[in-house]
Design a protein around this ligand. Structure first.
Ligand SMILES: *Cc1c(COP(=O)(O)O)cnc(C)c1O
Length: 365
């Protein structure tokens, strides 16, 4: 299928007109990968699918929202955009702003963003500003600046971001021929994405495009779990830097998604995230960044607690569950290298190679 980008693909549901100049990098239409090995490992009745959002143009789902946010910023006459970011928003904003030919400024927490993401914002020509504070501080600052100056804020508090991101839900339903999965699992940081998916599912059902709605499962990192704890976290900590957020902007609507869908927002430890991160890469060949693995970690945790044991699935005898893998593993190569086994170094000799592979003593012929 030709990829046209989410505005063209779902035009009826997008806030654009015939006259709108669409800024796109052909985002969306990402693969849904059946996770046979993970399913078998996690629960006998689970049928897990991986929505591989790392295959968007800048390597994360942020592109779905950014195409709409930048398109509308240009339509409204803005010459510049800004955002606060844990990394992927800045990478996406920088790329789409470059494509549109407008300026972009990004505020990031100093030293806390993955190298791949930083490199993207830099190479696309954004003004990259590191602040001595966390994401929540950065968001507060850009909100103030955008209120006072002619610069468009493209964080997920920008409603156009949500409009674009809801296309992920449309694609999942389309892939299952008009049936939503029983569950959708995803990481929750600033909570824009869970808000967007739930909006998408509801709109699609209202339009007669989906028979049913899924139950929404959101997961925060234990060191950055304000929604689970019921209060903001002053100094959020987790190695899953994309969800290192202590006071989510879309807190209320995340709770609405959970409650209306009969879902759960839970938390997983960094240890559980790290295990899921490796499990995903080793058992399915799918490399997602640490925050993305929180969705798998959460599903493992729920399965172990017996959560799925009595579930009656909608479409088949298996419980269909889609994990949103929000960003590509290559965004954060440092984490992979830290978690996985180190390469070994040997002399350039055949016997050393055989020894290293474990073929050193073949049976005598
Ligand atoms: C932005 C991001 C998240 C969190 O999404 P929110 O909409 O802030 O909840 C999760 N994973 C990755 C890879 C991200 O870039």
């Amino acid at each position: 299928m030709l990829r046209h980008g989410v505005i063209h693909r779902y035009r009826k549901f997008m806030p654009v007109s015939e006259a709108t100049r669409v800024i796109t990098l052909n985002e969306g239409s990402t693969p849904m990968v059946p996770a046979y090995n993970l399913s078998a490992l996690i629960h006998p009745r689970l049928e897990i699918w991986l929505k591989y959002e790392g295959l968007n143009p800048t390597g994360s789902f942020k592109d779905r929202g950014m195409t709409v946010a930048i398109t509308k910023a240009v339509e409204e006459g803005f010459q510049a955009v800004c955002c606060a970011s844990t990394g992927n928003t800045s990478a996406s904003a920088a790329a789409y702003a470059a494509r549109a030919g407008i300026k972009c400024a990004v505020l990031i927490p100093e030293g806390k963003i993955a190298l791949g993401k930083l490199s993207q914002a830099m190479i696309h020509g954004a003004r990259v500003i590191q602040i001595k504070g966390n994401f929540d501080d950065a968001l507060r600052l850009v909100r103030d600046v955008a209120e006072k100056y002619p610069i468009a804020l493209v964080n997920s508090v920008n409603p156009y971001r949500i409009e674009g991101q809801k296309s992920g839900a449309f694609e999942i339903v389309d892939d299952f021929q008009g049936v939503a999965p029983d569950f959708q699992a995803m990481p929750v940081g600033n909570a824009g994405n869970i808000t967007a998916y739930w909006k998408g599912y509801k709109e699609y059902k209202a339009a007669g495009m989906a028979e049913n709605l899924p139950r929404m499962l959101g997961f925060q990192a234990a060191g950055a779990a304000p929604i689970v704890l019921g209060h903001p976290v002053e100094n959020p900590q987790t190695f899953a830097t994309a969800i290192r957020i202590g006071n989510p902007a879309s807190w209320k609507s995340a709770e609405t998604a959970r409650d209306e869908s009969g879902g759960v927002i839970g938390m997983v430890t960094d240890h559980q995230i790290r295990e899921a991160y490796e499990l995903l890469a080793r058992s399915e060949g799918v490399f997602a960044e640490p925050a993305s693995a929180a969705s798998v970690a959460g599903v493992v945790k729920l399965a172990e607690s017996g959560f799925f044991d009595d579930v009656r699935p909608i479409a088949s005898d298996h419980i269909r569950l889609v994990c949103i893998l929000t960003g590509h593993g290559l965004k954060d190569p440092d984490s992979a290298i830290r978690v996985a086994e180190e390469p070994i170094t040997i002399e350039a000799r055949e016997e050393d190679v055989l020894d290293a592979i474990g073929l050193a003593e073949p049976a005598l012929a």
